[in-house]
Ligand binder design. Structure first.
Ligand SMILES: NC(=O)C1=CN([C@@H]2O[C@H](COP(=O)(O)OP(=O)(O)OC[C@H]3O[C@@H](n4cnc5c(N)ncnc54)[C@H](OP(=O)(O)O)[C@@H]3O)[C@@H](O)[C@H]2O)C=CC1
Ligand SMILES: O=CC(=O)O
Length: 319
């Protein structure tokens, strides 16, 4: 039994695979595999642990129909053509739940950092610009009692909402396709229309998956409907906001600030105008990046691979 991983994977998952008698070949070069390299490696293996790289498309899957499973080291599965995998009988698995706290922490951190212009203040000190104390300068926005709008109140959205309610007594409104009754009961979250979410929120935090329906939904029309004092947070996927429209909305004051853990494309290139804006904070897609969380994710991915190779039911199959 052999598995190929597209990145080095955390120790706990690696050990689990090896203890199950599986030979693990890891791609250790610090670049994405080419399509040809990925096909060549997969043809020599029974399973693929996809921990990063170019999106997996139907053309690849057609050449690797023998794979018993593709285990993603992520909860999001927009990085693979899941329908094509299903058509070809290849199970795809993900890593839900274990990363919800860590990812919500990053959304919360971005909200707070933007509200107090933290990244910009740090840059000012580095640049030697802290010379004088002015009571009317460097002002941020208080979060106490403000309204948090969650787009996609699922697992991560729930933790973000709870953190914001507990820390700042924020009122929680949300928009999903279906009701989240647990969040309504436990957090007092109020379901609203997408337009109400835009117009009523002081902070909007995105936690939907990237799908054809959510792609580009935060565009000029959406930013124009938001409060001019609003903060936009995206710790889900960069494709959900239109970056050109976001830059324009910040420049013309349609919204106040933005915190991004995800960008489109990734990596964001140096020189991007967002990086120079006082009320913007950008991180390099580190939502789940803690030792504990990444180990837990690798364990789940390994458990799915072991189940697939032993012909058992997969715990986290998404297709
Ligand atoms: N920054 C990072 O490092 C990380 C980013 N992520 C991203 O976060 C996403 C969410 O993860 P998680 O919370 O575990 O997923 P969940 O499936 O638990 O939550 C997603 C929520 O989005 C809602 N939703 C889906 N489509 C729409 C829509 N069109 N309009 C409104 N709401 C919608 C769903 O509710 P309903 O079905 O009722 O609409 C659901 O409540 C992942 O898909 C991933 O892309 C995840 C981990 C780390
Ligand atoms: O972006 C990370 C994920 O788990 O999805």
């Amino acid at each position: 039994m052999r598995v190929f991983t597209t990145r080095r994977i955390p120790e706990e998952g690696l050990t689990l695979l090896q203890r199950a008698g599986i030979t693990v070949t890891q791609w250790t070069e610090r670049r994405n595999l080419t399509d040809e390299e990925l096909v060549a490696h997969c043809q020599e293996n029974d399973a693929l642990l996809f921990a990063g790289g170019k999106r997996i498309e139907r053309a690849f899957l057609e050449q690797c129909r023998h794979l018993k499973v593709i285990a993603l080291l992520s909860v999001g599965y927009d990085n693979i053509d899941v329908q094509a995998a299903a058509d070809l009988g290849i199970p795809v698995t993900n890593t839900p739940d274990v990363l919800s706290d860590a990812t919500a922490d990053i959304a919360f951190l971005l909200m707070l950092a933007v509200s107090r212009k933290v990244f910009y203040m740090h840059k000012r000190i580095i640049n030697g610009e802290w010379k004088f104390s002015d009571p009317t300068a460097n002002l941020g926005i208080s979060l106490e009692g403000k309204t948090l709008g969650i787009w996609g109140l699922g697992k991560i959205g729930y933790v973000m909402a709870k953190r914001c309610r507990d820390a700042y007594g924020m009122k929680i409104i949300y928009n999903n396709r279906s009701r989240n009754e647990a969040a309504e009961k436990e957090l007092g979250a109020i379901p609203v229309s997408f337009d109400e979410l835009l117009t009523q929120s002081d902070v909007i935090s995105i936690h939907t998956a990237l799908t054809p329906d959510t792609k580009g939904r935060f565009d000029k029309a959406a930013f124009d409907r938001m409060k001019s004092s609003a903060i936009f947070i995206n710790a889900a996927r960069g494709g959900i906001h239109n970056e050109t429209d976001l830059i324009a909305a910040l420049e013309n004051g349609s919204i106040w600030g933005a915190g991004l853990d995800v960008t489109n494309p990734e990596p964001m290139q140096p020189g991007n105008p967002l990086l120079d804006m006082p009320t913007v904070a950008v991180l390099p897609h580190i939502g789940s990046a803690t030792v504990e969380t990444r180990n837990a994710m690798s364990t789940i991915a390994a458990q799915n691979i072991i189940a697939a190779l032993q012909g058992k039911k997969l715990p986290n199959q998404v297709n």
